[in-house]
Design a protein around this ligand. Structure first.
Ligand code: GRF
Length: 199
């Protein structure tokens, strides 16, 4: 039985589309959920025939209440695992702990370096020669979970935030589907903060 995957987005959804287009046999993209009504990715998901849901934060007094509603939707759709793809909300520890090693995220840096936002700008300002992206399992601490796959690229002397971001984004679209395929194929073994890729 393919794993039923929910992809959570807040915007453009290019990583979401890369995951959909990869058509990984061990996965079924069962739901795309956004916290933003104007997320372009919602239209893209619909165009691919994927069920969508909108869960705006308005009306929820606390993060825990929002996350309980999110969990209920995922439960209703019989979701097995979650891919965060530009979902701009921090998930509560309570929520994350309900999905141990079942939430994947793509982050635009070579973790553990450059956690958080504005990674491309900070990498350029720091004069780094290399940058990249990481797919990791989500733990309650932000951008701190076990890394599954990474890809790196050079930082060019004349790079802008945009040119560097585009170079990294291409790599994101390559490694996120690869990481999801490894996960869905049962090839990942997590020990502490390390992920072993089994042959
Ligand atoms: C990507 O850069 C991803 O690494 C970060 O948010 C961005 C989402 O872009 N988490 P998209 O919506 O997938 O195009």
């Amino acid at each position: 039985m393919p794993k039923r995957i929910a992809i959570l987005i807040s915007g453009r959804g290019s990583n979401m589309e890369a995951l959909i287009k990869a058509a990984i046999p061990e996965t079924h993209i069962a739901l795309v959920l956004s916290n933003k009504a104007d997320a372009k990715g919602l239209e893209t998901a619909k165009a691919h025939g994927i069920p969508t849901a909108l869960l705006p934060h308005k009306g929820f007094a606390t993060r825990e209440e929002y996350d309980a509603a999110l969990h209920a939707i995922l439960f209703d759709h019989k979701i097995d695992a979650i891919c965060l793809a530009g979902f701009m909300r921090i998930l509560s520890a309570e929520f994350v702990n309900k999905w141990p090693n079942k939430i994947l995220n793509i982050h635009p840096s070579l973790l553990p370096a450059y956690k958080g936002t504005d990674t491309h700008r900070r990498v350029i300002e720091a004069g780094e020669k290399h940058h990249g992206c990481s797919v990791h399992f989500v733990v309650p601490e932000m951008d701190a979970g076990p890394v599954i796959l990474q890809a790196s690229c050079p930082v060019m002397p004349d790079d802008t935030e945009q040119s560097l971001g585009e170079r990294v984004l291409k790599l994101e679209h390559e490694i996120y589907p690869k990481a999801l395929a490894l996960f869905a194929g049962g090839k990942l073994q997590v020990t502490g903060n390390k992920v072993l890729v089994k042959e």
